[in-house]
Structures are given as C-alpha cells and as structure tokens.
Design a binder for this molecule. Structure first.
Ligand SMILES: Cc1cc2nc3c(=O)[nH]c(=O)nc-3n(C[C@H](O)[C@H](O)[C@H](O)COP(=O)(O)O)c2cc1C
Length: 360
C-alpha cells in the first residue's frame, strides 16, 4: 500500500488493472433477464438506431466510460486515452474523484480532457463527504476548471469503512447534495461505486431533489475488495477481516436499476459489472437510459492500449445491435420496452423489495 492520496490513486489503478477484485459469489443478476426472440423483426441491421440523449448531450450509443481516475501522471494518461475513445465513439466519459484537485490545485491538468474530448459528455466527480465539507463555489470551480457538463457525487460508505485511511462520518451528505442540486448550474448525478442504490436510498435522493443517478450496483468491481487488498498489503489485520466479510456487499446491478427506474429519476445510468452488449441491453430493458463501464475499459487499455479499448467496445456495440435486431427494437426507446422474462434470484429480490417488475 502506498501512502497519501497520490499513492492511493496509483494503488487503485494497479489493483484494478491487474488483480482479481471482482465480486466473488454475488453477480449483477442481469443474467436473470431473458429477452423474447422475435423471428420476424422486419428491420434492417444496418439501420438500427442506438443514439440517445443523456444529460443534455447526444450519445451515439447508450454507453458511458465511468469515473476512474485523476491526480497522478499515470491517471492523466488513462484519462486522456479513455476520453479520446469516448469522443471517437460518441460515449459519455466520467472523470475520477476531483478531491485530488482540491488538495493539490497543481494536479488539475491530470483531469483536463477537453482537448481530447471537445464534444463529449464529460462528468465531473466528487465524494459525498467532500461535498458536505465544501462550499458550492468551491465545487463550481472544480467543475468549471475541467469544463464538465454534469457533476457525479459519489457515495461509497462500504469502501470508506474498509479503507485504512477512509472517512467514517457520513452525516450531512444528503443535505449537501440537495444544496448542490439547487445551486449548481449543471445537473448533479448521485453515483454509487459498486454497492448500488436501494429503493430506500433512491427515495432519500428523490426527496433531496436528485433527478439523475448512476446506480453502480454490485456484481462488477468490488471496492470493498480493492480496499481489502490494500489493507492486507498494509498489514492491517482488522480491516482485512472486515473487508473479507463484506467483499460481496451490495444491491446487485439489475435490482438497483429497477429500484431507480421505479423511483422516477429522469436519468438512470446502470454501472457495475456491465461486461457485454447483452448486459447493456438488459440494463436498458430494466429501465436504464445508458450503461457504464469502468474496470473493463481500464483492463482493455492495460492489455492493449487504445486499440484494445476500441476492439472491446466494437464487440459491445455489435452485440447490443444484434440483440436490438433480434427483439425487433429499431431504436433504444423500443429496446427499453422489449418483451423480457425475469427469473430466479432477480425475481426474488424484486418481489421482496416490493418492486413491481411487470411492464406498465
Ligand atoms: C480504477 C478505478 C477507480 C475508480 N475511481 C472512482 C472515482 O474516483 N469516483 C467514482 O465515482 N467511482 C470510481 N470508480 C467506480 C466506478 O466508476 C464504478 O462505479 C465501479 O467500478 C463499478 O463499475 P465496474 O464494475 O464496471 O468497474 C472507480 C473504478 C475503478 C475501476
């Protein structure tokens, strides 16, 4: 484990690119969504329309490269590379937590991606605990410095509880988010980081005036897992044991997507273990407007540079379009209403949480 915020950012990139930090026994439950095949789609594969509008900008596919990094030289390279991919492909792009910029204004350049991504939907990022400790004008300055179109406020209590140097006091976050929603000129997106937003959390956010969420559910990258590995490296036996116990903590992505869609947010981004174009389609059929990829994009970049990231997303898009054709959906609005059957554990979660999943 490396000390300080820069060391932590480096640890996160290294661990996420090279180690097994996925959920272990808990999946996204997206595999509980089965589409109903349409043998007579009456569509031309070449005319499938995957464009959408998200947070005021047009995307060529309903995909966001989710928040990862900033604050170090390596982080700057990752941001530049992935932002350029987002620009070339017409995706959204999320910056990592801008806390580093607050602490060290000289690190601002590591978050500046507008040259590489002049037209991209760029999402700024700051933690809930940090927004509670900051004035609106301080937060506004961070957004303006990078030219972000919206601000993600990330919520990550499970990760912080396991992180050896993590925050422990989560009071005042909701009120701070409500203040930002009211006072900022750009949309505010409440974003989990891999443990999902429950129906209860969604209701609290709605009552705080939040209109946009990134569910970042369980089943993909385990941030408890990442911090457990850091605690193990630091010889912190207690944090390690806590992290091992909570490794699979969270609301699976499929469940939190339904919860947030039912809660009535204007924008629902489904992140957390999205691995394929079929996953993107399933998330949209559960009510999401777009899907987010974090670690898969980082791993592709680590494996084979920008070319490998394009290759990965070529496959994702090909699969998404194939699924759209095979369910007879010529555009994303139709995909979101395509017939699907929900099964197994996913139905159990939805039934017990009182989340009606019938098509209304
Ligand atoms: C290396 C790395 C760093 C991350 N840093 C942030 C961050 O600073 N802010 C944030 O909101 N989420 C952060 N995340 C969480 C992701 O945006 C995403 O919510 C989570 O990893 C689940 O998506 P995945 O399964 O596709 O990785 C990070 C993820 C990765 C892999």
């Amino acid at each position: 484990m490396t000390a300080g915020i820069e060391g932590r950012k480096q640890d996160h990139l290294t661990l996420c690119a090279t180690e097994d930090v996925g959920f272990r026994a808990q999946g996204t439950l997206l595999d509980g969504v089965r589409f109903v095949h349409d043998a007579v789609p009456e569509l031309d594969a070449g005319s499938i329309d995957s464009t959408t509008r998200l947070l005021g900008k047009r995307l060529r596919a309903p995909i966001v490269i989710a928040a990862m990094t900033g604050g170090t030289d390596e982080a700057a390279k990752v941001n530049q590379a992935l932002a350029a991919v987002a620009e070339a492909r017409g995706y959204g792009f999320g910056l990592g937590s801008q806390r580093a910029m607050m602490k060290r204004p000289e690190s601002a350049g590591t978050f500046r991606v507008r040259e590489a991504a002049p037209t991209t939907l760029v999402l700024g990022n700051l933690g809930g605990v940090q927004v509670a400790a900051s004035s609106t004008s301080e937060v506004r300055a961070l957004i303006e410095a990078v030219g972000a179109d919206a601000l993600c406020v990330h919520l990550n209590p499970a990760m912080e509880i396991v992180q050896p140097e993590g925050d422990r006091d989560f009071r005042g976050v909701l009120a701070a988010i409500a203040r930002l929603v009211h006072e900022l000129e750009v949309p505010v997106v409440a974003k989990e980081t891999g443990c999902g937003l429950s129906p209860r959390a969604a209701r609290k956010l709605v009552s705080a005036g939040v209109r946009h969420v990134d569910v970042s559910g369980a089943g993909g990258t385990s941030w408890v897992g990442v911090e457990t590995k850091r605690a193990a490296d630091a010889g912190d036996v207690r944090k390690r044991a806590l992290g091992e116990a909570l490794w699979d903590w969270g609301v699976p992505t499929a469940v939190t997507t339904v919860a947030c869609a039912k809660a009535g947010f204007a924008t629902v981004i489904a992140t957390g273990g999205i691995a394929t174009g079929l996953d993107v389609a399933r998330a949209l059929a559960l009510g999401a407007h777009a899907a987010g990829f974090a670690r898969p994009a980082l791993k592709a970049l680590h494996r084979g540079g920008v070319a490998a990231v394009h290759e990965f997303f070529d496959e994702v898009e090909a699969e998404l379009r194939a699924v759209m054709l095979l369910v007879g959906a010529g555009d994303l609005a139709s995909l979101r209403h395509a017939p699907r059957v929900l099964s197994g554990e996913l139905r159990g979660w939805l039934d017990q949480l009182g989340l009606d999943h019938a098509r209304g």
